[in-house]
Ligand binder design. Structure first.
Ligand code: HEM
Ligand SMILES: *[C@@H]1O[C@H](CO)[C@@H](O)[C@H](O)[C@H]1NC(C)=O
Ligand SMILES: *[C@@H]1O[C@H](CO)[C@@H](O)[C@H](O)[C@H]1NC(C)=O
Ligand SMILES: *[C@@H]1O[C@H](CO)[C@@H](O)[C@H](O)[C@H]1NC(C)=O
Ligand SMILES: *[C@@H]1O[C@H](CO)[C@@H](O)[C@H](O)[C@H]1NC(C)=O
Ligand SMILES: *[C@@H]1O[C@H](CO)[C@@H](O)[C@H](O)[C@H]1NC(C)=O
Length: 279
């Protein structure tokens, strides 16, 4: 009796403490308003949908995206600082960017994505269920994704872009980024060492841009560091049987059309040397 009344007394207090847990209260999921900025990165969109980044998706800084990625996904800032700095290049502002800015093709945004169409043939920043169906349907018969399925998904997404996008860009730069993003969904929602991740967490996150706390997902217990993420990235790339579509890697350094940081001169030189020597 005493035990039961203690439980009853504990009830409301327990409910209160649950209410401030991640994923609820302040950090509850609220879908974006039409005026809110969202972009091609499901991870950052979800952080804005939960209020870990500004809900309007604006005024993002390198520091704020690194901090929120540590707080929520437990990713070591060293893993993301490069991509975060590239993110700033997509903006006209001196020290901030919006989620939509990140769609600038060729800075980070690439072809043959997991859940977005290619820049030349469609909408490269909104979630697209048809594109995502390759990943959604991967690894049939079991309830998890792994390195094998992630590699197959990349292979199939690339084959689709090769068929449908005459302007595809697919160099060493793109395969590096593509494998990195696959490694991130496996590591954050599963296990960075084994590369095994429950399907439902991954699917909810991509399709709803919601953190699957209610389904039982928890922040990774150990920080996802450079060594472990790099190893998983390499394993996914190896499983993807990747072949380049040719061309030289480049980085677009700003929103206006012209500026690029490219290796084309060097790359063209190497191509002409190898065509002369037959290598
Ligand atoms: C910290 C700063 C970050 C920036 C600037 C950034 C930027 C981007 C951009 C521009 C894309 C589009 C690439 C494409 O064309 O598909 C992207 C995709 C992606 N990002 Fe992020 N991201 C960041 C952090 C993260 C984090 C923390 C995660 C994982 C928790 C993540 C996971 C992904 C995934 C899985 C995709 C692939 C989406 C797809 O292929 O459809 N990103 N990100
Ligand atoms: C960004 O932050 C600055 C300074 O805090 C503020 O003046 C500006 O209105 C903000 N811009 C947006 C788009 O929220
Ligand atoms: C591909 O690029 C070329 C040259 O930049 C352009 O003329 C053409 O319209 C593009 N095709 C598509 C499908 O975007
Ligand atoms: C999604 O992508 C497919 C394949 O590229 C395309 O046919 C379809 O129009 C896209 N859907 C939306 C809503 O953009
Ligand atoms: C991934 O899962 C599939 C289906 O269970 C299995 O056949 C495959 O061997 C697994 N790959 C790895 C690397 O464990
Ligand atoms: C990942 O899997 C390894 C090997 O099964 C295990 O030792 C480790 O505890 C797991 N890590 C997490 C975060 O679940």
């Amino acid at each position: 009796m005493h035990f039961i009344s203690s439980l009853l007394l504990l009830g409301p207090a327990f409910a209160l403490s649950v209410a401030v847990c991640p994923g609820q209260a302040k950090y509850g999921f609220i879908p974006p308003k039409p005026t809110d900025s969202r972009g091609p990165c499901p991870a950052l969109n979800a952080l804005s949908n939960h209020g870990y980044l500004p809900r309007n998706g604006q005024n993002l800084t390198i520091r704020s995206v690194l901090q929120a990625s540590t707080d929520v996904y437990n990713i070591d800032p060293a893993v993301l600082i490069g991509v975060a700095k590239l993110g700033l290049l997509t903006s006209n502002e001196p020290d901030s960017f919006t989620l939509e800015d990140l769609k600038l093709h060729g800075t980070i945004e690439f072809d043959a994505s997991l859940s977005r169409a290619d820049f030349a043939t469609g909408d490269n920043f909104h979630f697209n269920e048809t594109i995502f169906s390759t990943l959604a349907n991967a690894n049939p018969g079991v309830d998890y994704y792994n390195v094998t399925s992630a590699g197959q998904v990349q292979f199939e997404r690339l084959a689709d872009s090769e068929r449908t996008n005459p302007n595809i860009t697919n160099t060493d730069k793109e395969i590096g980024f593509r494998s990195f993003t696959s490694a991130l969904y496996l590591a954050v929602f599963g296990n960075v060492t084994t590369g095994v991740a429950p399907k439902n967490f991954v699917q909810i996150w991509f399709s709803e841009e919601r953190l699957p706390f209610a389904e039982g997902w928890q922040r990774p217990a150990c920080a996802l560091d450079g060594a472990s993420v790099t190893a998983l990235t390499g394993a996914v790339q190896a499983a993807s049987n990747w072949k380049t579509s040719g061309g030289c890697p480049y980085v677009r350094t700003g929103p206006s059309a012209a500026p690029t940081l490219d290796s084309q001169a060097i790359c063209k030189q190497l191509e002409s040397v190898s065509s002369l020597t037959g290598n």
